[in-house]
Design a protein. Sequence first.
Lengths: 334, 305
Amino acid sequence: MTGPLNVRNIATVALLAALVLLPVYVQLGGDRFMLTLFTRIIILALAAVSLNLILGFGGMMSFGHAAYLGIGGYAVGMLAHEGVLSGFVQWPVALGASALFALVIGALSLRTRGVYFIMITLAFAQMAYYVISGLARYGGDDGLTIYKRSEFFAPINLSNKVQFYYVCLALLYASIYLVWRLVNSRFGMVIQGSRSNDMRMRAIGFPTYRYKLVCFVIAGTLCGLAGALLANHTDFVSPGIMYWTRSGDLIIMVVLGGMASAVGPLFGAVALLLFEEFLPFVIKLVGTPMFGDAAGRASEYWQIIMGPLLLLVVLFARGGIDGLLSQMHRKVRS
Amino acid sequence: MTLFIEQCLNGLQFGLLLFLLAAGLTLVFGIMDLVNLAHGSLYMIGAYFAATFAAWTGSFMLGAVLALIATLIVGMAVEVIAMRRLYGRDHLDHVLGTFGLILFFDELVRLIWGSEGLSLPLPSWLNTSVQILPGVNYSAYRLAIIAVTVAVAGFLYVLVMRTRIGMLIRAGASNREMVGALGVNIKLLYTLVFGLGAALAGLAGLMQAPILTVQIGMGENILILAFVITVIGGIGSIRGALVAAILVGFLDTLGRAFFPDLLRMLLSKDAASTAAPALSSMLIYLLMAIVLVVKPEGLFSASHK
């Protein structure tokens, strides 16, 4: 029994509200860097939310989700490079290109399951990475600087940091709502049913391949949107944003946050990126009194802690943050 | 023509090298049902060990042998400490856990050896070229790689098909509970198999080290190729891995060497030089896509379900 007032729901609402209020805090004299950091977190959370649609609800373990970040980002970057600055052209192209890529990749890789699916999505995403790295006209390995952000009609100006933050936040919340509606619809039931037992779903007459393919394309398109936002955020796009380790990061966000809910990946993204950002400082702060200079040096190698930590999360905290919050609720009640 | 023969040999050499990686990957997957992303890290560690030990001992061969043993030990340690806890879990857990290991190893290597790459110089007796056909010279070292990998492939065949350990490995792949119930120490067997896979990856790494620089992340790109090979060859099949590895090695090497020229004949010079690097890197993935359409389980699927 989960009533409306439990730890999990309160934490969710608190996080959603805090994100809305963050620019106010910054305006009142907070650290301006927080705005940039959280814009990035929100964009990557959008990508993670889209991945969770296929990974968490659909059981499709895509290891190539960062490819859409790159495709969406490069659609914006290439068009800007060619002098097309209107967001009404750039963004639909970004979404369309991501959808098309997802359609082709999905149609091929959904013919297989399990570990094949992981490897194939990974391989195709790397293919996209190499292709983009090979495009000398658009900077190749070095990436592409975007001199002007996407242009929309008069009041919306993406170069304004606060406005851009709210555009990203609105799109993130809309996506979470979309995913939530989707997984609770008939379509979502078929997808979740096929995750539990694909053969049974087919036996009762659902062409699950088509359902899964549509789901795969929706997730890819949403992630392409995140890519377009990310390119606008950094004013730069390079093949690095679609490297396979980025796909790994997205999976970590989803699992860390909890796969069973539409909001989970947002928790995961906030936790992972804040962790990445502040772990070096924490090591320095805690370690310096004890180990002196060695702690300062150790803080440069924070990933050495991150890796095993990840292993521990996998081994002992499978439900992720969302699961943890639900458990807390159960403990409080009993 | 000389160039063509040379490139064919390069393709063969690269393919056989990839086979070493793919064989370890497919062995570990086939028997332990474990997806090991950290396989590329073992390849990297093999190369770092070889460069270090060769510098210490002053002998390339001695360094290589020590590196091989060290990688085997690291592999078995990784199995005992981390991998053992992942068996029987979801593939997603494997992916995440071994991804964590990659982060760990990359950073550990940076901590020990620093961010700059190492180089492993060849001894003079390998750093020459041999006349293989009248008028065609070829690098002695690359020929040596071909010889070593062919020998290893033969050794693997004998090991898996003709020895008692191989029999247990094959039995473990088809039904692990039954093998355990018959009194075989399945834990030890798994540790050995994982160590063998690690040693194969380390061997590939140390042999590649003199050709490329030894650097962090060197295992990642080649890992993806090894994945493509296992997918094409069929997961769990060593024979499939061999065939697919040679196919991929040829296609990748010849594609990079001759595809741009081929494209230049079809397109304008400008368009060809823009598109060639992008398109030639796509070739092996196209091969994978075609295999997937025709045989989704790979060319030589191990499981006939």
